[in-house]
Write a protein that binds this ligand. Structure first.
Ligand SMILES: C[S@@+](CC[C@H](N)C(=O)[O-])C[C@H]1O[C@@H](n2cnc3c(N)ncnc32)[C@H](O)[C@@H]1O
Length: 426
């Protein structure tokens, strides 16, 4: 049995004998805890040398000599971490005689102290000692730290109850693409108001008592849908519940997040915003398209096409976009793909400009269709492309093909396109 302590090493001296991999792992942790570290070793790793050169550790550049444990300083803790069992034994024996705790890297039975597998998350430090089985300890430590980090472990106990509303950008759909902070808040929610394009796969993990409200199904009554959503957020928060508004991508990119924040602020409800991975960037990335590949595109335009080019409600300058030559990423455009492509061509963009349509980005059903502005309408119809999809227009689509990083396989419906800049169809 061991007696687990948390050593408060701030300003206290610690001796590390040895300068190899073990010392390299231990020293930064000791420094993080505020210890003053002396390393005794004729050679050290490059990382330790860097710490010595920057003055963060004191380095005695020589082999250990009997008497160092008591002679080099007033140490509270000693680490014996050389590759010589003999030296390590001498160091720990000297520490033992001086009643200083010592950790021997190579032989735990001769150590007076063991180092637990440690980690921290959410301001909590975890130490695990698994009866001398370091791998098991490390595995358990990882599980606990992961659980703390993503909020799934002990989210409902030991924390001050949350209040108000959190607008959480849930990412493009893959449950792994929500942020750690978003996941933590979701795990603490009393109420979750969720969009269709949010990572709904995460909802299964919520405890049964959490109220899950599908934003698309909120009855509108006399108000508009967005107003009804705002009302639900404010209403539940006023009941003292912690509300997570789980949205697709990033809440502020064509997500009406600003309106929801404003409604909370107007109602005096505390509100916090957690940024999300937007589909505007995740869709091309998950299709292997580097949207600003060096030497190909120096600018990127993210456009909503919820109203088509030419529509009087559209405020998008399609003529300027056509001239710009940069990469254009279009959201909410799949139903208007033909009109978008022809507007760009009409305003002067080369009809052979490549376009990728990434549907269900980051989900197991993701597909990528590649065409040109002049062929895309027909190709999309033929392939049955549907919402949700992101259009990526520009030479970077060709770059992805040239670099051979467009995903392939059964989920990728890549349509051969008309030749682009001399490159033939694949
Ligand atoms: C109302 S906008 C919301 C965008 C969201 N706020 C974001 O940052 O990703 C909806 C559009 O996002 C795009 N979209 C969202 N998730 C997607 C996904 N998984 N795959 C492809 N497109 C997606 C589609 O263009 C869809 O029409």
């Amino acid at each position: 049995m061991t007696y687990l302590l948390g050593l408060r090493l701030q300003g206290r001296d610690v001796l590390v004998v040895g300068g190899g991999r073990v010392a390299q792992r231990r020293v930064p942790v000791l420094l993080d805890a505020g210890a003053r570290v002396t390393v005794v070793s004729p050679h050290v790793t490059t990382a330790l040398q860097g710490l010595a050169e920057s003055g963060r550790v004191r380095w005695e550049r020589r082999a250990y000599r009997p008497g160092d444990v008591t002679g080099l300083g007033r140490f509270w803790l000693v680490h014996a971490a050389t590759d010589s069992a003999e030296v390590n034994a001498a160091v720990t024996a000297e520490a033992e005689a001086a009643r200083i705790w010592s950790v021997r890297a190579d032989e735990r039975h001769s150590s007076s102290a063991w180092t637990p597998a440690t980690g921290s998350a959410s301001g909590i430090t975890v130490g695990v000692i698994a009866g001398g089985a370091p791998r098991r300890a490390a595995g358990l430590r990882d599980a606990i730290v992961d659980g703390l980090a993503d909020g799934t472990l002990d989210a409902r106990r030991g924390r001050a109850p949350m209040r108000g509303v959190a607008l959480v950008g849930g990412g493009p759909g893959d449950p792994g693409l929500i942020t750690v902070r978003g996941r933590q808040l979701l795990a603490q929610a009393d109420v979750v108001v969720v969009d269709r394009l949010a990572p709904t796969g995460l909802l299964d993990q919520l405890p049964g008592e959490v109220e899950v409200i599908d934003a698309a199904k909120i009855p509108y009554g006399r108000s508009m849908s967005q107003e009804s959503i705002n009302e639900v957020l404010v209403d539940r928060a006023r009941q003292g519940k912690f509300v997570v508004r789980l949205k697709g991508g990033d809440s502020f990119l064509f997500g009406r997040g600003g309106e929801e924040v404003a409604a909370c602020v107007a109602a005096g409800v505390p509100v916090t915003v957690v940024p999300g991975v937007t589909s505007a960037l995740a869709a091309p990335a998950s299709a292997g398209i580097p949207v600003t590949h060096r030497g190909v595109a120096q600018h990127l335009h993210i456009v909503s096409a919820h109203v088509p080019p030419g529509d009087e409600r559209s405020t998008v300058d399609w003529a300027a976009l056509a001239r710009s030559g940069g990469t254009i990423v279009v959201l909410m455009g799949v139903e208007r793909i033909g009109r978008i492509a022809s507007a760009l061509v009409e305003y002067g963009r080369d009809p052979r400009t490549p376009i990728a349509v990434v549907q269900d980005a980051t989900l197991p059903t993701q597909t990528t269709l590649v065409a040109t502005l002049e062929t895309v309408e027909e190709a999309a119809q033929e392939a049955g492309v549907r919402h949700p999809a992101v259009l990526v227009i520009g030479e970077v689509v060709d770059t992805a093909r040239e670099l051979d990083i467009l995903p392939r396989g059964q989920n990728t419906a890549e349509v051969p396109t008309a030749p682009v800049r001399g490159a033939g169809p694949e």
